[in-house]
Design a protein around this ligand. Structure first.
Ligand code: FES
Length: 159
């Protein structure tokens, strides 16, 4: 109970500076995610109260934008492009091989919490597909070897 109350107070403090500002709700949600890493369940109630909205309205905004996440992500986030141009350049076989090598499914986070693998639909690197983005770093002409190496290098740097 105390933990939830402390969490609500923390969310209120993050949200408060954005109340009354144009686009304030989106900015507040982005700020919560930047601070916590995801939007915890208490987000809807805190944002609804602050912006005088219903929880359903806040939930609608959260679910509309794919960048808002409801669960913590892995330490490393690999996003593989699954849009048409990349598919024409081998994105499907790339995804299958990366999933096999890293023992993960698309959309999943590993049990250890070290990796999240996501599909995305165009990274703006269409002519250099298949494309990926690993912890914010774009990768064109992606191969399973390059992706696994980038993941292992990043994991090694965090140890
Ligand atoms: S289709 Fe993959 S980067 Fe555009």
């Amino acid at each position: 109970m105390g933990g939830t109350s402390n969490k609500n107070r923390a969310l209120d403090e993050i949200v408060r500076p954005y109340v009354g500002r144009t686009g304030g709700l989106i900015c507040a949600l982005r700020a919560i995610q930047a601070e916590i890493g995801f939007l915890p369940p208490e987000t809807e109630a805190a944002a609804a109260a602050a912006f005088n909205l219903t929880r359903a309205e806040v939930k609608g905004v959260i679910s509309f934008y794919a960048d808002f996440v409801r669960k913590p992500k892995g330490e490393t986030v690999i996003r593989l492009c699954a849009a048409e141009a990349c598919q024409a350049q081998g994105a499907r076989s790339l995804e299958m091989e990366v999933c096999r090598r890293l023992a993960i499914e698309p959309g999943a986070t590993s049990a250890s919490g070290d990796l999240t693998l996501e599909r995305v639909y165009c990274l703006g690197l269409c002519s250099a597909g298949p494309s990926a983005i690993i912890d914010g770093a774009l990768m064109g002409k992606a191969t399973p070897e390059k992706i696994v190496k980038a993941f292992e290098t990043g994991r090694g740097a965090r140890k």
